[in-house]
Design a protein around this ligand. Structure first.
Ligand code: NDP
Ligand code: HEM
Length: 477
C-alpha cells in the first residue's frame, strides 16, 4: 500500500494530532487557540444545504445519449444529429418526501436529465408520467402544499390531497396514473420517462415543429403493490439507491429508447385538445413515436453530494434547435428552477463541476460570492459589452425562429372548455381487470380518513371518467 497523504488544515498546514483537543492540563478545559477543533466543528455546522423544496430524495448516475436516427429535418441541435454521442447525467426522485424519505413510496418519480452538449447544457426535467396534476402554474405551490406536511399535525394529509384534487378535475389524469401500477415502480430503471411538456424543435432552415420527448424503459416495467412496498420499506428505505448504484457498479447498464412525437404548427391549431396543456397526452395513433436513439446509464458518481445533490437541472437550459412552447407551466418552470438553484446552491451554481458545461462558456456576469472562475468574457479588459477588446459577442445564427402570438392579456380561465375526462377514460380502458382492481384499492387506501363530502366530490369525478371507475372505488371504500 502507498503511504497515505499527510493530513492538513484547510489552509494546508500539516496536522500533528487529530485525536486529542488542546487542553490546559490533562482534564481540560479546551484552549480557544485550538483552531483545528474550531475549524472541524464549524465545518460540520455547515454540512447541510437546503434540500430541494420538491423532489428532495433522489438517485442519479452518468451516462451517454447515442443518436441512431436522422431527425435533422426537425432539429439542428448538435446533440441530436445521427451518430452523435453525448455525455449526460440523470437524477430520479420522488416528489413529496424529504431527503430521508423511503424510496419505495407511491409518488410520481422525477426523471431529470442533463445533456452536456457542444452548444451548452440541455436539461430535460421530466417525470415518469406524461402529464401533470395542474395546468396553470399559479396552482403549483398550492398543489405542493397538499403533498407536504400539515402545518399543525406535521403529518401528510390525505384530506388536503383529495380536497384539492376533487376541486381540480384537471388532476384526474395524473391521479389515475399515480394510483395505477405505474405509481410505484420497483427501481428507476423499470420506468419510462417523459419530457411531459410540449417543447419545440427547429431545423437549419428555421422551420419549427412541436415535440414531446419519451424515454421508454428497455428493462421492462416493474412495480410494487402497496403491500409489497410496506415489506420492502420495512427491510430497507434505500432500495432505489441500492439497486441503481449496484446495477451500474456491476456493469449492467440500464437503457431507455429515446423517442419523440412531432406536431406541426398547422396541426396544433386543429387538435380537439390544447396541445400545450400539460394534463393531456398526444395520442400515439395520431402522433406516432419517432425513434431518436438510446440513453444508457453507465457510471456512478464518485461523490453523491457533489454530483447528485449539487446537480442543478432547469427547463431553462435549452440549446439551439430545441425551444420552449406556449405551455404556461413550462413558462413558469423556466423561471423557477434557476431561482431555486441560486437559493439552494449559490449564485455560481453553474460553475460547480457537475453543472459546468463541457463547451466554452463566455458571459459578462461579474463578481459575487465564491466566484472562483474569474472573468469569462474572453478578455480581461472586456467586462462590459459592446467593447473594443475582443470580448465575447452574440451569434445571430443561433436565433430561434419568431413565434407568432395573439390574443388578449387576461387571466384566462384555464378550465373553460377543457375536457378533463376523455384521456383518463382512454387510460382506464387500457387497464385489464387486475389493474382496475388495484387502482380501486390503491385509491381507497389513499382516501382513508377523508371527510365524506370531499370523498363524494371525488367519486363524482371518477363517475364522469367511467361509471365503472366510480363504482369500483366506491366498492373498495
Ligand atoms: P396507446 O395504447 O397508443 O398508448 C398507451 C400508453 O399508455 C403507452 O405509452 C403505455 O406505455 C402507457 N401505459 C400503459 N399502462 C399505463 C399506466 N398504468 N400508466 C401510465 N401509462 C400507461 O394509447 P394512446 O396514445 O391513445 O393513449 C391512451 C392513454 O394512454 C392516454 O390517455 C394516456 O393516459 C396513456 N398514455 C399515453 C401516452 C401518449 O404519449 N400517448 C404516454 C403514456 C400514457 P408503454 O408503451 O411504456 O407500455
Ligand atoms: C424540482 C418547481 C412542475 C419535475 C423542482 C424544484 C422546483 C420546482 C423549485 C427544485 C429545484 C432544485 O432545487 O434544484 C416547479 C414548478 C412547477 C414544476 C414551479 C410548475 C409550475 C414540474 C413538472 C415536472 C417537474 C411539470 C415534470 C414534468 C421536476 C423534477 C425535479 C423538480 C424532476 C427534480 C430535479 C432534480 O432532480 O434536481 N421543481 N416544478 N416539475 N421538478 Fe418541478
Amino acid at each position: 500500500m502507498t503511504k497515505p497523504p499527510r493530513m492538513t488544515t484547510s489552509a494546508g498546514a500539516p496536522i500533528s494530532d487529530n485525536q486529542n483537543s488542546q487542553t490546559a492540563g490533562e482534564r481540560g478545559p479546551v484552549l480557544m487557540q485550538d483552531y483545528q477543533l474550531i475549524e472541524k466543528l464549524a465545518h460540520q455546522n455547515r454540512e447541510r444545504i437546503p434540500e430541494r423544496v420538491v423532489h428532495a430524495k433522489g438517485w442519479g448516475a452518468y451516462g451517454t445519449l447515442t443518436v441512431t436516427e436522422d431527425i435533422s429535418k426537425y432539429t439542428r441541435a448538435a446533440a441530436l444529429q445521427k451518430g452523435k454521442q453525448t455525455e449526460m447525467l440523470a437524477r430520479f426522485s420522488t416528489v413529496a418526501g424529504e431527503l430521508g424519505a423511503a424510496d419505495a413510496e407511491r409518488d410520481v418519480r422525477g426523471f431529470a436529465l442533463k445533456f452536456y452538449t457542444e452548444e451548452g447544457n440541455w436539461d430535460l426535467v421530466g417525470n415518469n408520467t406524461p402529464v401533470f396534476f395542474v395546468r396553470d402554474p399559479l396552482k403549483f405551490p398550492d398543489f405542493i402544499h397538499t403533498q407536504k406536511r400539515h402545518p399543525k399535525t406535521n403529518l401528510r394529509s390525505p384530506t388536503a390531497m383529495w380536497d384539492f384534487w376533487s376541486l381540480s378535475p384537471e388532476s384526474l389524469h395524473q391521479v389515475t396514473i399515480l394510483m395505477s401500477d405505474r405509481g410505484l415502480p420497483t427501481a428507476p430503471m423499470f420506468m419510462n420517462g417523459y419530457g411531459s411538456h410540449t417543447y419545440s424543435m427547429w431545423n437549419r432552415d428555421g422551420e419549427r415543429v412541436w415535440v414531446k420527448f419519451h424515454f421508454k424503459t428497455m428493462q421492462g416495467h416493474k412495480h410494487f403493490t402497496n403491500d409489497e412496498a410496506v415489506q420492502v420499506i420495512g427491510e430497507s428505505r434505500e432500495t432505489y439507491q441500492e439497486e441503481l448504484f449496484g446495477t451500474i457498479d456491476r456493469g449492467e447498464y440500464p437503457k431507455w429508447r429515446v423517442c419523440i412525437q412531432v406536431m406541426t404548427e398547422e396541426q396544433a391549431k386543429q387538435t380537439p385538445y390544447n396541445p400545450f396543456d400539460l394534463t393531456k397526452v398526444w395520442p400515439h395513433g395520431d402522433f406516432p413515436l419517432i425513434d431518436v436513439g438510446v440513453m444508457e446509464l453507465n457510471r456512478n458518481a464518485e461523490n453523491y453530494f457533489g454530483e447528485i445533490e449539487q446537480a442543478a437541472f432547469s427547463p431553462s437550459n435549452v440549446v439551439p434547435g430545441i425551444g420552449y412552447s406556449p405551455d404556461k407551466m413550462l413558462q413558469a418552470r423556466v423561471f423557477s428552477y434557476a431561482d431555486a438553484h441560486r437559493y439552494r446552491l449559490g449564485t455560481h451554481y453553474e460553475a460547480l463541476p457537475v453543472n459546468q458545461p463541457k463547451c466554452p462558456v463566455h458571459h459578462y456576469h461579474k463578481d459575487g460570492q465564491m466566484n472562483f472562475m474569474g472573468a469569462k468574457t474572453g478578455n480581461v479588459d472586456a467586462y462590459y459589452e459592446p467593447n473594443s477588446f475582443g470580448g465575447a459577442q452574440e451569434d445571430p445564427n443561433v436565433a430561434e425562429p419568431p413565434l407568432p402570438v395573439e390574443g388578449t392579456a387576461d387571466r384566462h380561465n384555464h378550465r373553460n372548455g377543457n375536457d378533463d375526462f376523455s384521456q383518463p377514460r382512454a387510460l382506464f380502458e387500457l387497464f385489464d381487470e387486475g389493474e382496475r382492481q388495484r387502482l380501486f384499492s390503491n385509491i381507497a387506501a389513499a382516501m382513508q380518513g377523508v371527510p365524506a363530502d370531499i370523498a363524494e366530490r371525488q367519486l363524482a369525478l371518477f363517475d364522469q371518467v367511467h361509471p365503472e371507475y366510480g363504482a369500483g372505488v366506491r366498492a373498495a371504500l
